[in-house]
Design a protein around this ligand. Sequence first.
Ligand code: FES
Ligand code: FES
Length: 165
Amino acid sequence: MSVALRFRLNHEDVEIHVQDPAATLLDVLRTDLNLTGTKSGCEIGYCGACTVIVDGAAVPACLQMVGLLEGRDVRTVEDLGGPDGLDPVQRAFVKCSGFQCGFCTPGHVMALRALLDQEPDPGEERIRQTVDGNYCRCTGYAKILDSAREAVALDRAHTAAGEAR
Ligand code: FES
Ligand code: FES
């Protein structure tokens, strides 16, 4: 018997039916909803590859039981932007070459998006704490940190210009 769950997903009300309420949000996003921008890495909450935003906070989708999402608000990287208009955080990664293979990038982008939504002007320590929660095997982090600092500036300019996200 399946269980019906209703929640907000990327600004739309959705109802899904799951066989196992203990399934992870990561599995449901990638397998049932075909939202594969959220990456699967360690699946034990360490690597940050699966970071999504739930009720405004960055959370690892691999530790989020889907059965606990009733009535909650979920955002994935698919919500942020596409070829016609990137989120300021995504633009910062492009501008500063903050990725190589790109596997870790959605997690970094979502973690930074959640940070900037809560703290529009984070200092260097908060930026480093946020980046530190996401493993990257390619870049050595210098360009990711450059991207994160640039994201703060671009997001501030975006907000000042009154543009929608
Ligand atoms: S896959 Fe979720 S934290 Fe690594
Ligand atoms: S760019 Fe390859 S893991 Fe970060």
